[in-house]
Design a protein around this ligand. Structure first.
Ligand code: WAQ
Ligand code: MG
Length: 251
């Protein structure tokens, strides 16, 4: 049995009362690891570069082993961008190569670049028409209940490759789960953390890490998932939010 632990934090009150999203996290861990991880997540909310959270919500739930599915991790490839324009140009190409339409790619870019406020989740866009498919407004769909199969092994693996920052490890878990969802054919992401300018496109079974996706000190970031239609939005949302998924780096 594992435990799903989810954290979301905001400043200026709870998200649902107009607070600004500071940070969130989701893990799938053993009972033994719960106290340590809980402490880490609280510290993260209180010491974030976006500011100190004054609202923190922690949710801990049992997950039954029989409900968990195991998936492989996406292959990572890095594109070293000259500047943000070059990064975005290549992001568009990676998405187009997955069969995502021009209008869907442009709408996704425009959406992320015009956000006035950080969302805590992602938006779903129709990969053909470019229309938004979910109805979650400024909340977005928050992917949860996922983790590495063996966190220590994964950490060692990434440390050896020089990826010591946990942004990349957490993003790989999330992106692997998202692309494993039926009907999702791509993702576009960059962080809302002002000092973190690396982003990615996941598509065609690969995680294309792109080294410049926004200007330094910008707090604009977010996620778009591209969806092939027709689709049952409720079951897709259910998979993203509720299906427990373990990512095995050895598969
Ligand atoms: N589910 C859906 N959307 C999410 C989730 C989630 N679990 N977590 C974050 N988001 C959305 C939300 O709109 C955030 O504002 C936005 O993504 C950015 O989140 O070096 O760290 O956690 O290879 O700031 C990518 C590159 C880092 C990593 C992304 O995003 C690398 C990152 P952040
Ligand atoms: Mg962030």
């Amino acid at each position: 049995m594992l435990y799903s632990i989810r954290m979301r934090s905001a400043q200026g009150g709870a998200h649902e009362h107009g607070g600004h999203h500071i940070s969130g996290a989701e893990r799938l861990i053993t009972k033994q690891d719960l106290p340590q991880i809980t402490e880490n997540l609280i510290k993260r909310a209180l010491n974030h570069e976006k500011g100190r959270a004054d609202f923190i919500r922690l949710t801990i739930e049992e997950v039954k082993s029989k409900d968990i599915i195991t998936i492989p991790m996406l292959k990572m490839e890095t594109y070293t961008a000259m500047d943000v324009n070059d990064g975005h140009k290549n992001a568009r190409e990676f998405l187009a190569n997955a069969g995502i339409s021009k209008i869907a790619i442009e709408n996704a870019m425009i959406y992320l670049l015009s956000l006035q406020e950080n969302m805590r989740g992602a938006i779903l866009i129709d990969a053909t028409t470019g229309k938004r498919l979910d109805d979650t407004g400024m909340r977005g769909i928050r992917v949860s209940r996922m983790d590495f199969k063996d966190t220590l092994q994964a950490k060692k693996h990434f440390d050896e490759l020089g990826y010591t920052d946990n942004h990349v490890q957490e993003a790989l878990v999330l992106a692997s789960k998202v692309l494993s969802a039926p009907n999702v054919i791509g993702e576009l992401c960059w962080s809302d953390d002002p000092n973190y300018i690396i982003g990615y496109v996941s598509a065609n079974n690969a995680y294309h890490r792109i080294t410049k996706m926004k200007p330094l000190h910008s707090n604009q970031g977010g996620r778009v998932f591209f969806v092939k239609t027709p689709v049952d939005i409720n079951s897709l949302q259910n998979y993203l939010e509720r299906q427990p998924v373990i990512v095995d780096i050895n598969l």
